[in-house]
Design a protein around this ligand. Structure first.
Ligand SMILES: C[S@@+](CC[C@H](N)C(=O)[O-])C[C@H]1O[C@@H](n2cnc3c(N)ncnc32)[C@H](O)[C@@H]1O
Length: 192
């Protein structure tokens, strides 16, 4: 069956990461939100893998627990760690090499719109994640930047990833060129 909506940002990054994340792999969801990517990542790595998911909002952890329950996955017995902390602190929790990571920046549509990702913490998270990434591993970032401060965050990320050493990383930017109102930008970083 054709995958409808594959060019939707969230579907697109999942389709790409599917090829990168093995059963038994270790992965990070840097922005848990409603848990959609956390669930996707768990389905990729399975019970022999490990998922670390971060968010600042209690609501994100609750929503993520709910989406897992609705999918008949009972987190407590699973290798899934839902962490109520900022992704800038990834290094305090993840001590092993990872196969992939996903970040969807911005705010949680159903949550507190004042809680947004911010340039300094996002850059710290990207740096920590790239250090943990295995060779051949991939990190995705979906940049939503319509909120106050969003453009500054987008620009600082593009500046940073645009200067990553090309011998070590392949960095790709995908954007929607026929949309108005700050359509998301997708960044894919593969470690060589
Ligand atoms: C666009 S939403 C993520 C959507 C999520 N991927 C999903 O599938 O529903 C962005 C999330 O980032 C969270 N966030 C903001 N700053 C953060 C930080 N420093 N560390 C971790 N999460 C953060 C927000 O609370 C929000 O839930």
């Amino acid at each position: 069956m054709r995958n409808q909506g594959i060019l939707k940002a969230t579907n697109f990054v999942q389709e790409l990461l599917k090829n990168k994340i093995p059963t038994g792999g270790t992965v990070i969801d840097g922005t848990m939100g409603n848990g959609n990517d956390t669930l996707f990542l768990y389905k990729q790595v399975g019970d022999s893998g490990k998922v670390y998911a971060f968010d600042l909002q209690v609501m994100a952890l609750e929503n993520t627990r709910r989406i897992f329950r609705e999918n008949n996955v009972f987190i407590d017995n699973k290798p899934i760690q839902l962490i109520l902390d900022g992704h800038e602190n990834i290094g305090n929790y993840v001590k092993e090499a990872i196969d992939g990571a996903m970040f969807n920046l911005g705010y949680l549509p159903s949550g507190d719109k004042n809680i947004v990702t911010r340039p300094e913490t996002t850059l710290q998270a990207i740096k920590s994640t790239l250090e943990l990434l295995k060779k051949g591993g991939m990190m995705s970032l979906v940049l939503y930047y319509g909120h106050p401060g969003g453009i500054e965050e987008k620009n600082s990320i593009l500046d940073y990833v645009g200067q990553l050493e090309s011998k070590k990383y392949l960095v790709m930017e995908c954007s929607y060129i026929n949309h108005e109102n700050n359509p998301p930008i997708i960044l894919l970083i593969e470690k060589k």
